[in-house]
Design a protein around this ligand. Structure first.
Ligand code: BEZ
Ligand code: FE
Length: 283
C-alpha cells in the first residue's frame, strides 16, 4: 500500500498485524494503534509535542532499576493500575475489595508469630491490630497468610531508606489460627507522597496535582481455595482520602482505627484496629 495519508494510515498499520498468529496480541495491538492514532488526531499533536513525549518516556525508562519502577508509578498516577484492578479483581458482594499493589512489597519479609512487633524499630505511634479472615459465610479461614507492609512515621518504607540496607521493618508475614485470627503490633500509618524526584513527579507538578497517598496499611492475604486478596486499609480522617494520587481508595476499605490517650497496651498514647477480611472463593 502506497500514498498513506492521515485518513488511511490507521487501517494500514492494523492490516500489518493480519498474520500475527497470537489472536490476543493482534487484538491488543490493533486497539492500541487505533486509540493512539485517534489520540494524535484528537489533540492535533505537533512534532515538538511528539518529541517531548518521546523524551518523557525515555526519562521514565531511565529512572527504572531493580528498586524503582517509574513506569508503574506513571500507570498508577494516570489511573491505569486502578482501572486494571477494577476490571480484573471484581469480587462477589460481601467480599473485601482489592486495590493497587504499589511498588513497596518485598518477597523476603520476615515470617513472624502472632503478637509480634512488625515495626521492629520504625518510628511512629504504636498500633495494635487484630485481624480476622473469614469466608463469604463468615466461617474462619485458618492458615491464611497475612502479608503486611506500611510506611513509617516519616512516610517512608524500609526499602526507601538506603541506610537500612537489607534490614526489613514495618512489614511481616503472619498466619491465621484455627479461629481465622492473628494479631500484631505496628505503627499508625501516615499520609505520604509518592516519589517525586523523577519524570512522574515533574508531570504531577506540571499538571497542578499533589503527590499524596492517604494513610494506609497494605495487606496481601493468601489461603488455599480462595482468591488472593491485595488491598489496603485506610485511616480516617485523612485529608487525601478523596484525592489519592493513585485513585486507590474504596469506602469499604476505611478501617476503624481507635485512638487511646492511655491504656493497658502501651505506656504512651496508642491506637487499635480490628479488621475483618472476607475472602472470595477461587473461581
Ligand atoms: C503504595 O501504596 O505503596 C504506592 C502505590 C502506588 C504508587 C506508589 C506507592
Ligand atoms: Fe503504600
Amino acid at each position: 500500500m502506497r500514498n498513506i495519508d492521515q485518513d488511511n494510515i490507521t487501517e494500514a498499520v492494523v492490516a500489518r498485524f493480519a498474520d500475527c498468529e497470537d489472536p490476543r496480541l493482534r487484538q491488543v495491538l490493533s486497539a492500541l494503534v487505533r486509540h493512539l492514532h485517534d489520540f494524535v488526531r484528537e489533540v492535533g499533536l505537533t512534532e515538538a509535542e511528539w518529541m517531548q513525549g518521546i523524551r518523557f518516556l525515555t526519562a521514565t525508562g531511565q529512572m527504572c532499576d531493580d528498586k524503582r519502577q517509574e513506569f508503574i508509578l506513571l500507570s498508577d498516577t494516570l489511573g491505569v493500575s486502578m482501572l486494571t484492578v477494577a476490571l480484573n479483581q471484581a469480587r462477589p458482594p460481601g467480599a473485601t475489595e482489592a486495590t493497587v499493589f504499589g511498588p513497596f512489597h518485598v518477597d523476603d519479609a520476615p515470617r513472624l508469630p502472632a503478637g509480634s512487633d512488625l515495626a521492629a524499630g520504625a518510628p511512629g505511634e504504636p498500633l495494635f491490630v487484630d485481624v480476622e479472615v473469614v469466608d463469604l459465610d463468615g466461617r474462619p479461614v485458618a492458615g491464611a497468610e497475612v502479608d503486611v507492609w506500611q510506611a513509617d512515621e516519616e512516610g517512608l518504607y524500609d526499602v526507601q531508606r538506603p541506610e537500612l540496607g537489607q534490614t526489613r521493618r514495618a512489614r511481616g508475614v503472619l498466619v491465621t489460627d484455627d479461629a481465622g485470627r492473628t494479631h500484631f503490633r505496628s505503627i499508625v500509618p501516615v499520609a505520604y507522597p509518592v516519589p517525586t524526584d523523577g519524570p512522574v513527579g515533574q508531570l504531577l507538578v506540571a499538571t497542578g496535582r499533589h503527590p499524596w497517598r492517604p494513610a494506609h496499611i497494605h495487606f496481601l492475604i493468601r489461603a488455599p481455595g480462595f482468591r488472593t486478596l491485595i488491598t489496603h486499609i485506610f485511616r480516617d480522617p485523612d485529608p487525601y482520602l478523596d484525592s489519592d494520587v493513585v485513585f486507590g481508595v474504596r469506602s469499604s476499605l476505611i478501617g476503624r482505627f481507635v485512638h487511646h490517650d492511655s491504656g493497658p497496651l502501651a505506656d504512651r498514647p496508642y491506637s487499635t484496629l480490628a479488621q475483618r477480611f472476607v475472602l472470595a472463593p477461587q473461581a
